[in-house]
Design a protein around this ligand. Structure first.
Ligand code: GLC
Ligand code: GLC
Length: 807
């Protein structure tokens, strides 16, 4: 069942039924002010850090209910309704929520009154705009009241929901006839405040939640709204809000627009106050003035649209498969950008109060947006590398506001260092710029410890080389990519973290997955070294790679697939000898991508096993059979009920590895088959089962053993976005940035006979036509001339080129 449709011409997903199975959300913002917006106007805003600078409140444990957001209440002769349906839930005569790239437009109508609400965060300013237009489509004059309301968060989102003995004393506001200022804690150590402003003078306001709602009422039956009035309440402690009320008369056919603006302002310490207790509003006035008319708002909106048109022109495909095209051109790239901004911190499923930026997550995310924003990627690489230690190990996470490693979690995830090589090598391939290797980058953010970035890569590899187990395979540490494979944590205490309570330092538990990574990225680093003339060092690395490759062939192969790991007692994990968890997906993908045992047919066999044992209707499950019982020696992986999360769901992040691996061994049909199985656009028709947004990847889809088989969870912030982007563009379309130029090596399925791709690469536009005649041969013409090999050497390209590839 569908709840909307894709409007590809506008780059929008249009939700036409507000009863979506879960809130279907969107993101706004790019450089500091960020907002989440659901299809019922729910969501929250923050400045840079969703934990430390939360601007509006989110109510936790609140999905699917989704209460709290920007609420516009219309009271039309006793019929009270909201353009986003919630919170009042009055049935609307028509409803559309158009989620676009960085904005949403709500179009609703009730009793002949139309409301259009345009919401976005402008490119250059720290604010969210909500432009609301009411049109009277009836033949009678309408007298209505409009209340526009948001609820402030008391900045620190964790304190805000826990420390009530303090919180309920600190809320402070200032109000004038267009603006409510949230100045909580500004009198002491904060140099920032927020405001909710309108470009038209209000007819009344409230800034105290309890007054606005009325005793024991909720957002559904707010007293102020029901009585078409405002109490002009000034919050003092308790829960400060911002509500503006308007009495509006609309003649037949008349329309009226009001611009609401949620803004954030910082003042230098010496300019904080105008006079005692009165905040300095100079900067707020400037910001308000910038959006005080419909014309100004529409201009900013156009700039936002242009930015996206520009960004997306970097890679654009037109094939004979609409669903593939819309994912590659629009939604997958968009999700990659959102993931760049948010990492895993703020969604409806990540509360924004916990995880900051993950080392491994951020490195992998880069793979998905490097082609869009190479400059920002370089900065991000530096931030990430700066939390690494000199021995190559690294903090697992950092906070975006401070950029310091997160000491509560520490390090010890032994896959982490290698992801840095994945990110840096991809950066060089995309830009051709090796100077990044010289960027002075500190270790653990210590001043004076700066070394060229290349030394960080050396340290990464060296860490693995010096941390191997009894079989010559890399030690796993607290966990590798699979956070829940905790082979050195023997946890019996409820609530204890499986990752940080490593209490059984065996020095033995090994990961075949990290072995695959080491071989793949070790070879990559060796190539980089060779390219910059360090031949001897390159050869040394290849020797190390060979050792791990041999160890994997010897001890990491189970007959029909790669083993997953050796536990603390050197017992196999992910082997036919095990009762449960006989096969895991991760090493099948990575060891095949690394071509380990290629001559022996390992990859092909492993992928056959993946198809036979792990593949379900919605993709490839992470392991099989699911663990029926908790295994203290395996950790969190066996803690989940069967079919969920790491215990046997389709953990979407690793599915593109299987797509890529299939292209590596030449299984083009199977690669595309796996791609389609969990591609959201292909699941739109079964949204009532899938439940999450049909335009966005989710982290997991419940596996065959789960009660809710096929139900997706944790949409938006997942490494699935970047890896799928990589798989679709570089493996299936085969348009691969390479050190010396652009490689074109398509692995299209038979159902895509033709694809035209525009790709801007290092400033040059490549118009690429791929004709898939499934001949099994390969021919490339560049500007009409046949050239040898699959790489178009960049040094020979000066201007836009036309490329034809026949396969
Ligand atoms: C989550 C984590 C990621 C990890 C994955 C598998 O997505 O963010 O770092 O690799 O789970 O456990
Ligand atoms: C990953 C896993 C999750 C686990 C967490 C621990 O996000 O997906 O299941 O609890 O890591 O950090």
């Amino acid at each position: 069942m569908k709840f909307g449709f894709f409007d590809d011409a506008k780059n929008e997903y249009v939700i036409t039924d507000y009863n979506t199975p879960l809130p279907w959300i969107n993101y706004y913002g790019q450089d500091g002010f960020f907002s989440l917006m659901s299809n019922t106007c729910g969501g929250y805003s923050f400045y840079k850090d969703a934990k430390l600078r939360r601007i509006t409140r989110f109510r936790y444990n609140n999905v699917p209910r989704d209460y709290g957001g920007r609420y516009y209440y219309i009271n039309d002769n006793g019929t009270i309704w909201n353009p986003g349906f919630l919170p009042v839930k009055t049935k609307l005569d028509s409803y559309k929520c158009r989620h676009g790239l960085g904005y949403s437009i709500f179009e609703s109508e009730k009793n002949g009154l139309k409301c259009e609400l345009l919401c976005f965060v402008p490119l250059k300013d720290l604010c969210e705009i909500n432009q609301l237009t009411l049109t009277n489509n009836t033949k009678e004059t309408k007298n209505i009241t409009l209340h526009g309301v948001i609820e402030w968060c008391l900045w620190n989102a964790v304190d805000d929901q826990t420390n009530f003995q303090r919180n309920w004393n600190i809320g402070e506001v200032e109000v004038d006839d267009t603006t409510i200022y949230h100045k909580t804690e500004y009198r002491e150590r904060r140099n920032h405040y927020a405001f909710f402003h309108t470009n038209v003078k209000h007819d009344g306001f409230d800034s105290d939640l309890d007054t606005f709602l009325g005793l024991y009422n909720s957002w559904v039956d707010a007293t102020a709204v029901q009585n078409k009035k405002s109490f002009n309440s000034i919050a003092s402690g308790w829960a400060p809000i911002a509500s503006h009320m308007f009495n509006i008369t609309l003649k037949p056919g008349e329309e009226k627009t009001i611009v609401f603006q949620l803004g954030y302002v910082e003042n230098p310490d010496e300019e904080k106050f105008e006079k005692l207790h009165v905040i300095n509003k100079k900067r707020a006035y400037e910001l308000q003035e910038k959006y005080d008319s419909k014309e100004k708002v529409m201009k900013a909106f156009k700039e936002l649209n242009n930015k996206w048109t520009n960004l997306l022109s970097t890679l654009h495909v037109k094939s004979d498969n609409d669903k593939f095209d819309r994912m590659v051109n629009i939604w997958n790239q968009y999700q990659c950008m959102v993931t760049f901004n948010m990492s895993r911190s703020a969604s409806y499923y990540e509360s924004g109060t916990g995880r900051g930026m993950g080392f491994r997550d951020s490195c992998q995310d880069l793979l998905g947006f490097l082609h869009l924003i190479p400059e920002k990627s370089r900065e991000r690489i530096k931030d990430i590398a700066s939390i690494q230690f000199e021995d190559g190990s690294t903090y697992h996470q950092y906070q975006p506001l401070t950029k310091r490693g997160n000491a509560d979690i520490g390090g010890g995830f032994n896959d982490d260092p290698l992801w840095l090589i994945a990110a840096v090598s991809q950066y060089i391939k995309e830009t051709g710029d090796y100077t990044i290797l010289n960027d002075p980058t500190p270790f653990n953010n210590k001043e004076g410890s700066e070394k060229p970035l290349i030394d960080h890569l050396r340290a990464s590899l060296n860490f693995i080389i010096t941390h191997k187990g009894p079989h010559g395979l890399p030690l796993i540490g607290r966990a590798d990519w699979n956070d829940c494979l905790n082979l050195n944590c023997f946890s019996k205490t409820p609530g204890e973290s499986f990752q940080t309570a490593s209490n059984f330092e065996s020095g033995k538990a090994e990961s075949v997955f990290i072995a695959g990574m080491f071989v793949l990225y070790g070879k990559e680093f060796a190539t980089i070294l060779k390219n910059i003339g360090l031949d001897q060092e390159s050869a040394n690395i290849l020797k190390e790679v060979k050792d791990v490759e041999e160890a994997t062939i010897r001890y990491g192969w189970d007959g029909n697939w790669f083993i997953r790991a050796y536990d603390a007692f050197s017992n196999k994990v992910g082997s036919k000898e095990c009762e449960d968890g006989q096969i895991f997906v991760e090493p099948q993908g990575f060891c095949t991508m690394a071509r380990i045992g290629e001559d022996l047919g390992f990859g092909k066999k492993a992928l056959d096993s993946v198809e036979k044992i792990l593949t379900n209707d919605y993709g490839v499950e992470i392991l099989h059979p699911c663990y029926k019982e908790y295994h203290i020696e395996l950790g969190e992986v066996s803690s989940y009920p069967m079919g969920y999360k790491e215990n046997g769901s389709v953990f979407c992040h690793n599915n593109p590895w299987i797509v890529i691996a299939n292209t590596v061994v030449g299984n083009n049909e199977r690669a595309f088959d796996v791609y389609k199985r969990n591609c959201p656009a292909y699941l739109e028709e079964v949204s009532e089962i899938h439940k999450t947004e049909p335009y966005i990847y989710s982290q997991t889809i419940a596996g065959r053993n789960a009660k809710n088989y096929g139900e997706a969870k944790n949409s938006w912030l997942t490494g699935t976005a970047s890896w799928t982007m990589y798989a679709a563009s570089q493996a299936i379309l085969g348009i691969k940035p390479d050190y010396d130029g652009l490689m074109i090596d398509p692995h299209l399925p038979k159902e895509i006979k033709h694809a035209s791709v525009e790709r801007i690469f290092r400033g040059v536009k490549y118009n690429i036509t791929i004709n898939n005649n499934a001949t099994g041969t390969y021919q490339m013409l560049v500007d009409g001339k046949v050239i040898n090999g699959k790489v178009i050497p960049f040094e020979k390209i000066q201007k836009d080129v036309n490329v034809v590839v026949n396969i």
